[in-house]
Design a binder for this molecule. Structure first.
Ligand code: UDX
Length: 452
């Protein structure tokens, strides 16, 4: 701690909700180890410095046109951000590094921001990457050349149910895909991201050994044998401030908590598909009727942009449920998942949501939409066995059946028990001597050893 005091770390998140949250949480963790923290962020999805008064914030002038900022193709947006950030970030770094009173130990960049490699090299500044997704999904990304060679990619609809024998337990349908944009540019983006750690000074994961032991071993042995890997998650559980401090780009609706307070223990299905996923109007209606017909109380996040087109809830839909349903635009998700009334989480399996659910022992209903989410969902349903997937399309009877399987049936009881056991493992890894606790100490030592 003494050695880190007075040393600054520069953190650069990718400006998406699912990437900002873990980067800020990582900042809190490293701040607790004595480092000073500077967050560099873009004007696009700009951050609110008042949420973290103990950090220094620098905004870089990266202007996106309206059509760029509103594209539904996250892959294209990531490429644009990589191209447009280079010069503003270089200028920002030059200013930050010129302050001799405040030495910078290293840069910690989101692993999607590959442009940071050349910029950091030009200043001879060590660069560590944060992978905000899981280790298993990165192992899938890293296998892209093999998957292409073996003919699994591009994905063919006729092969979706086939196992990927080289990558157990995945099926072809679990391989990453985007519904928008050109598959080749998506594969290129992912391949760049998976190659990036090879040119870094280390790789940090928001995961823990007991959760992804096999995938972490594969990455250490096969993909990145020369790169130190630090699984130090779950970040938000190491950092007690994280569950209460909001880093949301949308305002959290606290009515969720007062509504949950009126519900019976473990009775509510919490439904949220994260910050980017979208559904068609017809699917939205099936979800609404599936929830209504299940007869369980539900708390549903209907974010602006969740539905392509309008949100066609029938007139009087909520009223007809007599208080059994509550809909908000954005929830204080970590508080919701920790609430005793929540019995299940219907999720898109973004990595943060998946991990947050694991940490509270909440079993999942999985509806992965794109990219790493399918791999995360396969782990939830078939490796940890703490959830079930909606396998046969977004259809009201299937939704009703799946909710009831998890909430009332014998199979659901077993799943719920396993979820509680996995939660205990998440808690243990953070305690003194636990794997993430030790790995964080290792990361601090590593930063001190590589500092420029
Ligand atoms: C994106 C990708 O979709 C995902 O696959 C990748 O792993 C990370 O980036 P996103 O869609 O934002 O993620 O989902 P997720 O990773 O689950 O992150 C969402 C974050 O927003 C979580 O930390 C969650 O707690 C928070 N959230 C979500 C809220 O605070 N309130 C809400 O109402 C919904």
């Amino acid at each position: 701690m003494e050695q880190s005091r007075g040393l600054r770390l520069i953190l650069l998140p990718l400006p998406f909700q699912g990437h900002i949250n873990p980067m800020l949480e990582l900042g809190n963790l490293l701040h607790s180890k004595g480092f000073s923290i500077t967050i560099v962020h873009t004007k696009f999805n700009s951050l609110n410095p008042s949420s973290h008064p103990h950090f220094t914030f620098h905004s870089i002038p990266v202007d996106l046109s309206e059509s760029e900022a509103s594209t539904k193709d996250a892959g294209i947006l990531i490429s644009i951000i990589n191209a447009k950030c280079v010069e503003p970030f270089r200028e920002c770094l030059a200013t930050l590094l010129s302050d001799a009173e405040d030495p910078v130990a290293c840069l910690i960049s989101d692993s999607h921001l590959h442009f940071t490699r050349s910029v950091a090299e030009s200043f001879e500044l060590p660069r560590i990457l944060l992978r905000t997704g899981g280790a298993a999904s990165l192992a899938v990304f890293a296998a892209f050349p093999l998957l292409k060679e073996k003919g699994y990619l591009p994905i063919q609809d006729s092969r979706l149910e086939e196992p990927v024998t080289e990558l157990s337990p995945f099926k072809v349908k679990d391989l990453p895909r985007m519904d928008t944009g050109d598959p080749e540019s998506f594969y290129q983006l992912i391949t760049n991201m998976a190659n990036e750690p090879k040119a870094s000074s280390g790789l940090i994961f928001n995961t823990f050994e007991d959760l992804e032991q096999h995938a972490l071993a594969t990455l250490r042995q096969d993909s990145y044998p020369n790169i130190p890997i630090f699984p130090i998650g779950p970040f938000h559980k190491c950092d007690s401030a994280a569950s209460s401090s909001s880093t949301g780009l949308l305002t959290e609706d606290q009515s969720c908590i007062s509504w949950l307070n009126t519900q019976a223990p473990k009775s509510v299905v919490y439904v949220s598909f994260g910050s980017l996923a979208a559904v068609k109007e017809a699917q939205f209606l099936e979800i609404a009727w599936g929830l209504a017909n299940s007869n369980h109380p539900f708390l549903w996040v209907v974010r602006p942009g969740l539905v392509h087109g309008s949100e066609p809830l029938p007139d009087g839909f909520l009223e007809s449920l007599n208080g059994r349903g509550h809909i908000v635009k954005w929830a204080p998700q970590k508080q919701v998942l920790a609430h005793p009334a929540v019995g299940a989480f219907w999720t898109h399996n973004g990595w943060n949501s998946t991990l947050e659910s694991v940490c509270e022992g909440v079993p999942m209903i999985c509806l992965p939409c794109f990219s790493d989410q399918m791999a995360n969902a396969r782990y939830v349903s078939h490796v940890w066995k703490v959830g079930v997937q909606i396998e046969h399309g977004i259809e009201r009877a299937e939704i009703e059946r799946t909710i009831n399987l998890l909430m009332v049936e014998k199979e659901g009881e077993e799943i719920r028990d396993r979820a509680l056991k996995l939660m205990e493992k998440a808690n243990l890894c953070l305690k003194e001597g636990g794997s993430s606790y030790q790995s964080l100490d290792g990361l601090v030592k590593h930063i001190l050893s590589i500092k420029s």
